[in-house]
Write a protein that binds this ligand. Structure first.
Ligand code: FES
Length: 104
């Protein structure tokens, strides 16, 4: 388990969607009404960068072809068998920390 600081809570405000890179790993951080969720930043369709898309409620919309993923489950809206990996996250003070070695 390796928690890494990924963002400051002051920047990841409710409704925000941010990208974080840790070496070659890329993550999409979402704040849904104060709850932080983390997805891999790689759309399973053609590899679009999810963090460059939009957050509508709890749905992350891929910027390339608008597939949508529930950031609380990772599931695609039209086919729940297509799932984006999720990662554990915790908040300590203003630090948003991701466990980059563990998927949920
Ligand atoms: S690459 Fe994400 S919808 Fe096509």
């Amino acid at each position: 388990m390796a928690f890494v600081k990924a963002a400051s809570l002051a920047k990841l405000t409710p409704g925000a969607l941010l990208e974080f890179r840790n070496g070659e790993q890329q993550f999409a951080l979402c704040n849904v009404a104060g709850e932080i969720h983390v997805l891999e930043n790689h759309c399973p369709h053609r590899g679009g960068p999810l963090a460059m898309g939009a957050l509508h409620g709890n749905m992350v919309v891929c910027p390339w072809h608008a597939w949508e993923f529930d950031c609380t489950t990772g599931a695609c809206d039209f086919n729940p068998e297509i799932v984006v990996r999720r990662y554990p996250v915790k908040v300590e003070g203003d630090d948003v920390l991701i466990d980059v070695d563990t998927t949920l």
